[in-house]
Design a protein around this ligand. Structure first.
Ligand code: ZN
Length: 601
C-alpha cells in the first residue's frame, strides 16, 4: 500500500483500512501539511474518556514510518506515547503505521473477518499543535473483503462537499472539526443489523454486529420513549444532530462507553429482545438500562463535565472527586427513565433499586471510603479491583446513585413536589453543558444549596464526603415506600463470596468481620471439605443449611498447593439484602402524590 495520496482539503488527514483482518491489523496513514519546523510531535492517548484507567494504547502500534516527499524521516521516541520528527522539515509529511486490534471491548479496537471496530483514541495519532484544526478521515473498505457487504456505522459526520465523501453507512471521507471530536466518534464496520428512528425530531440509529436474532422493531419501540424522556428532561432541542447506538452482540459480555453522539455497547445476544417477547426479561431490562445510562451521559459528562476534564489531558490521570455525580447520578437516572417512560413496572423498578442497596451494603468498604474519595481513586481502585475491594472501597456508581436518590427525594419532599433533582440537572445543563464551563469540585454542593436551601447543601456534602450509613429508610417513608433488610439465606454464613473454579469452590472475597476471616481463611483458598465431607460448587450452601449460627465447623482448604485446616465458628447471615415495597395501607395522599410524581415523571 502506498502512503496516503493527496487531495483531501484539511490540514490533518487520515486514512484507515483493515489491511489484514485475520491478523487483526488496521493500517493508518496521517498527512500533515505544515509540521512544526522545530520537530513535529505526535502522541497517542494513554486513556479513553469515560474509562478512568491508564491503558497505554501506544502499546498496540506495531510499526511506524514517516516521510517528507520521498525522503524517509528518522523518528525519535521521547516517551512511550510520543513520536517526534526531526527539526527543519518544510512542507507536508506523512506517517504510516499499523495498529493491532484484538480487544473485544468498547474501549479499544477489534478486527477480524467478521467485523471491525475502533475508537479514535486507539488508532489516530494526535498531531500536537494542530488539535484545534479540521481533521478528515478516509475510512477504506477491508482488504480481501471488498465484496463482503461491509458497511460503516458511526456518528462521525460524512465529509459533505469533499470529493470522495462517504454516503450514510458507506466507506469514504468523514470529517471532524478538531482532534477532540475525531476521537469521540467510534466506528463500527461489518454486516450489521440496522434500525432507525426519530426521537424529538433527532434521527437515531441502532447498529448491531455479531450473531443475533434481535427483534429490532421491539428494540426501537422501547428505546424511542427512553430517548425522548431524556431529551425532554433536559429540554429541547437535543444537543446532537444525530445519535447512534453501536451494539456488539456476543455470547457473554457486558459493557458500554459514552460518546457525544453515540455509544459503544457490548452485550450478550440472549439479552436482546426476540420476536414474541412479552414482558422484558431480566437481561433485556439490564440492556435497556445500559442504553439509558450511556444515553444520559450525552448530557451528564460529555457536555456537563467536571472542571478537571476541561480540557482532558490524555497523557495522564485526570483527578476529580465528582464521579459520584457524573456516574452516580447517571446510574440513578438510567433505571428511573425506564419506569418513567413506561418500559418497566414500578415493582420492577423497586426490585432494581433494592439490588443497588444490597450491593452497597455487601461490603464494609462503604464505612471506610467516601464516594468523593472513591471518585478520586478511580484510576487505582475502582478500575483495578482485587479480592480486597469490598472491604476497602465503595462504588461511586452504586452509592453515588443512592446519593442522587436521596437528594431527589429530599428536594421533592421539602418543596412539596415543587422541586426535584430534574431541576438541578437542568441548571447544570444550562450553566455548564451549554456553555462548556466545567463544574467546580464543590459545585454540586453549592447548587444543591441554591435549589434546596443551605442545609440541603451541607447535608449533601456530608453524604458525599462521609462514611455514615445513608438515611434511606427515613426518606423512603416520606414517599410511602417501605425498606426492610433481610438475610440473603436462612443458613448461617461464612462471610465470603465464592466463585466456582471448575467443580471446586474458590473464595473470591473474604469479608472483614466474617466467620471465614476470623477462622483464618483467605481469598484465593480453594475449599476441599467441610467437617470431612467433600465441598463442591453445588453443595456448600446445602451443607451450611444444616448448621446453626455459633456452631464450629472444620474446613480443609488448599492455599496454593498446601493443604490447610481451619476451625470456623459460623455466624448468623447478615441482614444485608434490601426489599422495597409500596406502602398500600395507611399511607397519606401527600406521600402518594410525591411518589407518583417521582416514578411517573
Ligand atoms: Zn457511565
Amino acid at each position: 500500500l502506498a502512503f496516503p495520496a493527496a487531495p483531501m482539503t484539511a490540514p490533518v488527514r487520515y486514512t484507515i483500512q483493515a489491511v489484514h483482518p485475520a491478523a487483526h491489523l488496521f493500517e493508518v496513514g496521517l498527512q500533515l501539511d505544515d509540521p512544526d519546523p522545530a520537530g513535529q510531535v505526535f502522541t497517542l492517548p494513554a486513556w479513553i474518556p469515560g474509562s478512568y484507567m491508564i491503558r497505554e494504547f501506544a502499546r498496540n502500534i506495531v510499526r511506524l514510518s514517516a516521510r517528507a516527499g520521498r525522503q524517509e524521516l528518522e523518528v525519535t521516541r521521547p516517551d512511550k506515547h510520543t513520536w517526534q520528527l526531526p527539526a527543519g522539515i518544510q512542507g507536508p509529511v506523512s506517517l504510516r503505521y499499523t495498529v493491532y486490534a484484538w480487544d473485544l471491548s468498547v474501549r479499544t479496537a477489534h478486527l477480524d473477518q467478521t467485523h471491525g471496530f475502533f475508537n479514535g483514541t486507539s488508532v489516530f495519532l494526535c498531531a500536537r499543535g494542530h488539535e484545534a484544526r479540521a481533521h478528515l478521515v478516509d475510512i477504506r473498505p477491508p482488504v480481501g473483503l471488498e465484496d463482503a457487504g461491509w458497511r460503516v456505522a458511526t456518528s462521525l459526520p460524512e465529509a459533505e462537499g469533499e470529493k470522495g465523501a462517504a454516503e450514510r453507512y458507506g466507506f469514504g471521507l468523514y470529517r471532524a472539526p478538531d482532534y477532540d471530536a475525531l476521537i469521540d466518534h467510534p466506528v463500527e464496520m461489518g454486516r450489521f443489523g440496522l434500525a432507525e428512528f426519530d426521537a424529538c425530531g433527532v434521527p437515531h440509529a441502532v447498529a448491531i454486529t455479531g450473531r443475533h436474532d434481535c427483534d429490532l422493531g421491539r428494540l426501537v419501540e422501547d428505546l424511542k420513549p427512553i430517548c425522548e424522556a431524556q431529551i425532554r428532561l433536559f429540554g429541547e432541542p437535543a444537543p446532537m444532530d444525530r445519535y447512534v447506538f453501536l451494539v456488539m452482540a456476543v455470547g457473554d459480555g457486558y459493557g458500554g462507553l459514552e460518546h457525544r453522539a453515540s455509544t459503544a455497547l457490548l452485550c450478550s445476544r440472549a439479552d436482546l429482545p426476540h420476536v414474541g417477547l412479552d414482558a422484558p426479561s431480566e437481561g433485556y431490562r439490564q440492556f435497556l438500562g445500559l442504553c439509558s445510562h450511556e444515553y444520559f451521559h450525552t448530557w451528564n459528562v460529555k457536555r456537563i463535565k467536571p472542571a478537571a476534564f476541561v480540557p482532558y489531558d490524555l497523557s495522564r490521570e485526570n483527578y476529580t472527586h465528582l464521579l459520584w455525580a457524573f456516574e452516580g447520578f447517571t446510574s440513578y437516572y438510567d433505571d428511573l427513565m425506564l419506569v418513567r417512560s413506561g418500559r418497566i413496572s414500578v415493582a420492577d423498578y423497586l426490585g432494581l433499586l433494592g439490588k443497588t442497596l444490597t450491593q452497597v451494603h455487601k461490603g464494609s468498604g462503604r464505612r471506610k471510603q467516601s464516594v468523593a474519595e472513591s471518585s478520586f481513586d478511580a484510576w487505582t481502585k475502582y478500575y483495578r479491583q482485587d479480592e480486597n475491594t469490598p472491604n476497602a472501597t465503595v462504588s461511586y456508581y452504586t452509592k453515588g446513585s443512592l446519593v442522587a436518590l436521596l437528594l431527589d427525594l429530599r428536594l421533592r419532599v421539602e418543596s412539596g413536589g415543587g422541586r426535584s433533582l430534574d431541576d438541578l440537572m437542568r441548571v447544570l445543563w444550562q450553566r455548564h453543558g451549554q456553555t462548556g464551563v466545567g463544574v467546580a469540585e464543590d459545585g454540586l454542593f453549592a447548587l444543591a444549596a441554591e435549589i434546596g436551601g443551605a442545609e440541603t447543601g451541607r447535608w449533601l456534602q456530608a453524604l458525599v464526603e462521609g462514611t455514615d450509613e445513608l438515611p434511606l429508610e427515613a426518606w423512603f417513608k416520606r414517599v410511602d415506600v417501605a425498606l426492610t433488610w433481610e438475610a440473603a439465606a436462612a443458613a448461617p454464613g461464612l462471610g465470603v463470596r465464592t466463585a466456582a473454579d471448575g467443580d471446586a469452590v474458590r473464595l473470591a472475597n473474604v469479608f472483614d468481620g466474617g466467620a471465614a476471616q476470623a477462622g483464618g481463611l483467605s481469598a484465593g483458598d480453594v475449599l476441599v471439605a467441610l467437617d470431612g465431607l467433600k465441598v463442591n460448587a453445588g453443595n456448600l450452601d446445602k451443607l451450611l443449611a444444616r448448621r446453626l449460627p455459633g456452631e464450629e465447623v472444620e474446613i480443609h482448604a488448599f492455599r496454593r498447593d498446601e493443604l490447610m485446616h481451619f476451625a470456623v465458628s459460623l455466624q448468623e447471615a447478615p441482614r444485608d439484602t434490601a426489599k422495597l415495597s409500596l406502602v398500600e395501607e395507611g399511607g397519606s395522599p401527600a406521600h402518594l402524590a410525591l411518589r407518583e410524581a417521582w416514578l411517573g415523571g
